[in-house]
Design a protein around this ligand. Structure first.
Ligand SMILES: C[S@@+](CC[C@H](N)C(=O)[O-])C[C@H]1O[C@@H](n2cnc3c(N)ncnc32)[C@H](O)[C@@H]1O
Length: 188
């Protein structure tokens, strides 16, 4: 993974740690974990604030993503996180590997955009089935349009805001948007 991507995933993990409450969380499911780009920094971050927890890293690991779970498993071994992360190969549209109300928190990044409308409906139903009452979900998608450009009416100060969110090459920064939360945060 390139340095830039590593920084992005570290920031995303930090964002989740800052915005979620982990007091009553012991079982976390990361849906569509891929090769563990987010999983590893997230697990490392959670392990700094609590001891008794586990992360189920769930992925279909097929088609263009075939082999990703092996990459994740290798990373888990390398980082010595075997006691905290357990990979499961499965389909979020039919999570038969997961019992009802067995998870306290579900996170995902760049998963929902991989599903069609019907698949998205099934996955959300499954998330609610496996999530315990009072559990939490946070799903992220990268958005190429910065929050300010989308949310604000044009005004004189917009030029300054736009300048602040563009890099020196004039390329808009990537923002991370949660479909469930109303928050949008700039990652660059
Ligand atoms: C764009 S990748 C994102 C990977 C990782 N979450 C990240 O942020 O880098 C999408 C991931 O979702 C997984 N995925 C897609 N459809 C899935 C499904 N129906 N069930 C489980 N995982 C799925 C893919 O295998 C892939 O690893």
């Amino acid at each position: 993974m390139s340095g830039c991507l590593e920084i992005m995933y570290e920031r995303l993990a930090a964002f989740l740690l800052e915005n979620l409450v982990f007091d009553d969380v012991s079982v976390i499911l990361e849906a569509g974990c891929g090769g563990g780009q987010l999983t590893i920094p997230f697990v490392k971050g959670v392990s700094k604030i609590k001891k008794n927890f586990k992360v189920i890293a769930f992925d279909i690991s097929a088609g263009p993503y075939e082999g990703d779970l092996e990459i994740l498993n290798e990373r888990i071994r390398k980082e010595r996180l075997e006691a905290l992360v357990f990979s499961v190969k499965g389909d979020v549209r039919d999570m038969k590997e997961m019992a009802c109300e067995s998870v306290d928190l579900i996170i995902s990044n760049e998963l929902l955009c991989d599903l069609d409308k019907k698949g998205l409906g099934k996955a959300i139903q499954e998330f609610y089935r496996i999530l315990r009452r009072g559990g939490m979900m946070a799903h992220g998608e990268l958005n190429p349009i910065p929050e300010n450009a989308r949310a604000l009416k044009p005004s004189r100060s917009d030029k300054n805001k736009q300048a602040a969110i563009e890099n020196s090459a004039g390329i808009p920064c990537i923002t991370w948007a949660s479909l469930i939360w109303s928050k949008v945060i700039s990652l660059t």
